[in-house]
Design a binder for this molecule. Structure first.
Ligand SMILES: Nc1ncnc2c1ncn2[C@@H]1O[C@H](COP(=O)(O)OP(=O)(O)OP(=O)(O)O)[C@@H](O)[C@H]1O
Ligand SMILES: [Mg+2]
Length: 228
């Protein structure tokens, strides 16, 4: 009889799983990490990349952040949606899909510049990272697993990924992290509360509905992660 429950695993074990799956894979292997805002996706992606590169003794993995496809503040202002920054339609989803396809379909050794997002100036940075010889691409962001009629561009992401993980975090922890981040970023406590309630948690609910589409659901546990 199958035993219900979860397994604890370390970052090194998770990275080894990726390495095994990527071995023998033609071209570049794409791992996607999805999850709600503030879940720790970027932290996990950096951990996996660093473990992979350390174990290989060379740069075999790099991060392709979905956040690099934030529309610029000027574009958002012109469209009258600056106050909704972070929602699915405030990103260039089609551009993200196109570049994922490019990085997947070009041979390692071909350079592919990828935009990053600067949290100091709150703007995307074109070519913030450049893929070259790396064979493993770790892409991470909120909306990788969206699949509904309201967001047709996002639905094209999942089929491009070789493996997907969902990073699950209890709501109260997310709320606390986001509140702290907004206050650190200069908002008053009331403005921070309002941003979390009216924007972040709405986005979180949308993302939480995509959890079942992931190959693996992870939760932080002690020094490692628990696979649910
Ligand atoms: N495992 C963890 N334990 C405690 N704090 C963490 C953990 N992972 C991330 N954090 C903290 O939570 C906050 C959010 O982490 P991170 O930026 O990795 O999340 P994210 O999912 O990428 O967020 P966003 O969706 O906004 O990009 C950061 O302040 C980070 O230091
Ligand atoms: Mg992040």
């Amino acid at each position: 009889m199958a035993i219900r429950g979860s397994v604890e695993t370390s970052l090194a074990e998770l990275a080894a799983r990726v390495r095994r799956r990527a071995e023998g894979h033609p071209g570049r292997f794409l791992l996607g990490i999805a999850g709600p805002p503030g879940a720790g996706k970027s932290t996990l992606a950096r951990g996996i990349r660093d473990e992979l590169n350390l174990a290989a003794g060379t740069a075999i993995a790099e991060i392709a952040p979905m956040d690099g496809f934030h529309l610029t503040n000027a574009q958002l202002r012109a469209a009258g949606i600056l106050d909704r920054k972070g929602e699915p339609d405030t990103f260039d989803a089609a551009g993200y899909v196109n570049l994922l396809r490019t990085v997947r379909d070009t041979a390692p050794g071909t350079t592919v510049p990828w935009p990053t997002y600067d949290r100091e100036i709150h703007e995307p940075v074109p070519g913030g990272v450049v893929f070259d010889r790396q064979t493993i691409v770790v892409t991470e962001g909120n909306y990788l697993l969206l699949d509904d009629r309201a967001h047709p561009d996002w639905s094209a992401v999942r089929p491009l990924l070789d493996e997907t993980w969902y990073l699950d975090v209890p709501r109260p922890i997310i709320e606390q992290r986001l509140l702290r981040r907004h206050i650190r970023g200069g908002r008053t406590p009331d403005a921070a509360k309002s941003k979390v309630a009216n924007s972040d948690l709405r986005n979180a609910a949308l993302v939480e509905a995509t959890r079942t589409r992931a190959d693996l659901v992870l939760r932080k546990a002690g020094r490692g992660y628990r696979i649910d």
